[in-house]
Write a protein that binds this ligand. Structure first.
Ligand SMILES: [Zn+2]
Length: 851
């Protein structure tokens, strides 16, 4: 799965340091009582009534003598069950359907259990329809099983540790297409107004990967090495199918060859669906993707969709062909998909782009580690399955594979990967399976590696220094690991390269770090002008390596790797305004160096905040819009009119991305001209409304209360969801500036937003309310979390609540806060009538809480 957003660390609260709530228990793999071998799921869809009806027929084999068979099932209206063709009695409990066999079936006996049922699901299967605010929204039904939501629309084994084949037979309205996993076997016209699609998934996979999509789609056909490819989207967005998915065939060929295992299925479809809550989901042979990921052809070559396309495609092997046995092993799906996404970057865009992407992954993980919590990648304890889908599983997981490749070497790495995929194809896996496969393929035992990187937590925090002994011609390198090794963080062991350059020579030495403190000695012909620790940043770490400015200036220009030039640029930020440092960064920004290095140089100049740094940025031009975005972000560090004037110019850039960045930074300059320029930005149409989003972020930073009435208006339909969310974020941020008499209006607005029919607005509001610093927000949030049907949305609310409470506790007024919340809760009950009225006005709906 691709989240479609980067989990953000707490930016304005005290960091919370525990991954789980106190008292969290181990979540072991679930014991099975039978093996579901095959499912025949036959369903008729009514998109208007949001109703399904039909049957689920399982062929299953018992794994012990059984008198009853249980399925996971929630809110299904079961009308009858047969076992081997004979009527059987059953009971539907809260989350289970129990079928009585009427006798004891022996161990290993094959049974056919058929369940006739109907349902109006609110989870697992989602019905999308136009509403008053969004009348052009397509009518669709699509499923999202991960992590364990399919039990809400068909009886199943809703855990990732059982694999089955299936047939899905979809009867849909005549104008619609019914899509599912595997091979399309036949399409039949129904009498009158229906059509029936029969799909067969012949490679066994786990329950959450079953998928259906129903709707009126535009389709583009393609193929890769004989594999038919299909791209689908609602008809009005058809023109963006090709630019978005044009690289699919290339990516399939690359993965098939590198993994040494040809794409394992008979087809690959990518279906763009409306209102998707995630970025993408790798259902076997049929990936679902958010419509926010669509791109027009004009975005290339600077902005593309390959990361998402490659990520979901990589999952067809890592996640689908081999599946994590339980959610504590999530990284075996997500860490692999994130790394293979980067491997495609390496193949397609070269080593600099690849290493820069890995550096971005390291930054994301380090931000989560320092800002939120630290946990071992394999965490047997977690509160909610969705908690495992974080920067530890994705980004740190990818970095662990990157290090594994480094430790094993290229040939052994690919040999191990190929053995792992062939040995465990069509199976569920846990981390030990990977470790053993590596040992079998290469003879290398990596207990130490798996222990420190996967079962323990954290990363090395190095303190590095060097000294040259002129007389002995010896370079001494001091390497200390300074991390706190209490708790789950160990002292790390890793091979590291050290690069030494003197006026006469260049050499790379490989050292083995394994203790808290080391002194390494290298013979060296002269005093080095540059010493680099881990020049390609292969090891996940933080490091303090204090160097004189002259060495950094030399490093910025002459380092043998792009990442060490970036490191030098970042370190030069410690000399704000220093003429030599500013001149060097200015030269890099103007150079033909890698675009990431130009971006980083601009950002460092911004953080310096000095006049001479600003003057460089004022005249900086770049043909790459990504660098212009960085320049705009850098100018946001200056509260002055010159920076504002340049940002206003950039807000009219041809590229929407640049205009967005210019507007979001314009507010920070506090310029008198900002309000008018931001208001003008609200008039510009752009892809995914990114320019308006930028303008709202600018208003938020400007903290000018004149924006409040405009935001109240634009925070409602019919503006795009993206704009409404940005306007809401602005409203929450301006709350302190809002006149006291008008605050009630803002609170009422959020009360309505928390009940909005669109989950994006509900989720956004749950996040924005964290900035209100009003105890009233807490009681509103508590109620909203309680009634919220979508895990993802409720989770955002829980996180905000946790943040608000910790903030109050940190201020030492927790008791007072609590008392106030209690009294407000009472008040809130009375407010409900008012809210109900507001709902009618804004098109919200009563929503039933389903679990
Ligand atoms: Zn994923």
């Amino acid at each position: 799965m691709c989240l479609g957003y980067k989990p953000e660390p707490n930016s304005n609260g005290s960091p919370y340091r525990t991954f789980t709530d106190p008292g969290a228990k181990d979540r072991p793999t679930r014991d099975r009582f039978y093996d579901a071998e095959h499912l025949r799921l036959e369903l008729a869809f009514d998109l208007v009534r949001k109703h399904i009806g039909g049957s689920a027929t399982y062929t299953l084999k018992t794994l012990r003598p059984l008198t009853r068979v249980e399925f996971d099932a929630v809110d299904l209206r079961v009308s009858g069950v047969t076992v081997n063709g004979k009527k059987a009695s059953f009971t539907a409990q809260a989350e289970k359907l129990a079928v009585e066999l009427g006798r004891t079936a022996g161990d290993g006996e094959t049974l056919t259990v058929a369940v006739a049922y109907e349902a109006n699901p609110t989870k697992g299967l989602y019905f999308i329809e136009p509403n008053r605010a969004y009348p052009k929204k397509p009518r669709q039904a699509w499923s999202q099983g991960q992590q364990e939501d399919h039990k809400h629309w068909f009886p199943c084994w809703d855990s990732p540790n059982d694999r089955m084949t299936h047939e899905v037979i979809l009867t849909v309205p005549a104008g619609c297409t019914g899509l599912s996993n595997g091979k399309l076997v036949k399409v039949t016209e129904g009498k009158g107004r229906t059509k029936t699609f029969t799909w067969k998934q012949e490679v066994p996979h786990v329950t959450y990967l079953l998928c259906v999509c129903v709707g009126e789609f535009a389709e583009v056909k393609d193929s890769a090495a004989g594999i038919p490819l299909g791209y689908y989207v609602a008809k009005p967005q058809a023109s963006m199918l090709k630019p978005t998915f044009q690289e699919t065939a290339k990516i399939i060929r690359f993965f098939s060859e590198k993994i040494g295992y040809a794409y394992p299925y008979p087809k690959y479809d990518q279906v763009v669906i409306a209102d998707f809550m995630w970025g993408g989901m790798e259902n076997t042979t049929i990936t679902t993707i958010t419509d926010r990921a669509l791109i027009p052809a004009s975005f290339r070559p600077f902005y593309d969709s390959e990361p998402l396309v490659a990520h979901e495609l990589a999952h067809q092997w890592w996640g689908d062909l081999l599946t994590c046995k339980n959610w504590s092993q999530t990284w075996l799906n997500e860490g692999f998909a994130t790394y293979f996404e980067a491997l495609y970057t390496e193949h397609d865009r070269g080593r600099d782009e690849f290493l820069y992407e890995m550096m971005g992954n390291a930054r994301a993980y380090l931000a989560e580690d320092s800002g939120k919590y630290r946990r071992p990648i394999v965490s047997p304890k977690y509160d909610d399955t969705s908690d495992m889908f974080d920067c530890h599983s994705y980004q740190k997981g990818s970095l662990v594979l990157h290090m594994l490749r480094w430790v094993l070497g290229e040939a052994h790495w690919w040999k191990a990967i190929r053995h792992y995929v062939h040995k465990h194809q069509k199976q569920v896996v846990e981390t030990t399976d990977l470790k053993v496969a590596i040992e079998e393929a290469t003879g290398v035992h990596l207990d130490w590696f798996f222990s420190q990187w996967l079962h323990k937590a954290g990363h090395p925090e190095f303190d590095i220094a060097w000294e040259y002994d002129e007389a002995a011609r010896l370079l001494r390198l001091d390497v200390k690991q300074t991390q706190n090794t209490g708790g789950e963080t160990p002292v790390f062991r890793m091979p590291v390269d050290v690069y030494v350059e003197t006026p006469k020579s260049k050499a790379t030495h490989r050292i083995q770090v394994e203790e808290a403190e080391h002194h390494f000695y290298f013979s060296c012909d002269e005093k080095p002008q540059m010493v680099l620790f881990d020049p390609d940043m292969m090891v996940l770490k933080t490091q303090k390596f204090v160097k004189p400015k002259e060495e950094l200036l030399y490093q910025l220009e002459h380092a043998p790797t792009m990442l060490m030039k970036v490191a030098a640029a970042l370190s030069l930020g410690k000399w704000p305004g220093d003429p030599a440092a500013v001149a060097a960064l200015a030269a890099t920004l103007k150079s033909g160096e890698f675009r990431g290095l130009r971006e980083e140089s601009a950002r460092v100049l911004g953080r310096m905040g000095t006049d001479n740094a600003r003057d460089v940025l004022l005249v900086a031009k770049d043909s790459d819009p990504r660098v212009r975005v960085a320049i705009a972000d850098a100018l946001g560090h200056f509260e002055d009119e010159k920076a504002a004037a340049r940002l206003i110019e950039l807000s009219r850039d041809r590229w929407d991305q640049v205009a967005m960045a210019a507007l979001r930074n314009l507010g920070k300059t506090k310029s008198k001209k900002a309000f008018a320029a931001l208001s003008a930005g609200l008039k510009r149409n752009s892809h995914n409304d990114m320019v308006r989003v930028g303008a709202w972020t600018g208003f938020k930073e400007l903290k000018d209360a004149r924006a409040v009435p405009v935001a109240l208006k634009r925070g409602l339909a019919p503006q795009s969801l993206a704009e409404r969310n940005a306007a809401n974020a602005c409203l929450a941020a301006l709350y302190a500036e809002t006149e006291k008499t008008k605050r009630g209006k803002v609170r009422d607005h959020f009360a309505a937003s928390l009940r909005d029919v669109q989950h994006q607005i509900r989720r956004g509001s749950m996040e924005h309310l964290g900035t209100l610093e009003d105890p009233k927000a807490v009681s509103m949030l508590e109620e909203a979390v309680e009634r919220e049907p979508l895990n993802l949305v409720a989770r955002a609310g829980r996180q905000t609540l946790r943040k608000l409470k910790e903030k109050a506790a940190a201020k030492g007024d927790a008791k007072e806060f609590r008392r106030e919340v209690e009294s407000l809760r009472e008040e809130n009950r009375e407010l409900r009538n008012r809210i109900a009225k507001l709902e009618e006005t804004f098109g919200g709906k009563n929503r039933k809480k389903t679990s």
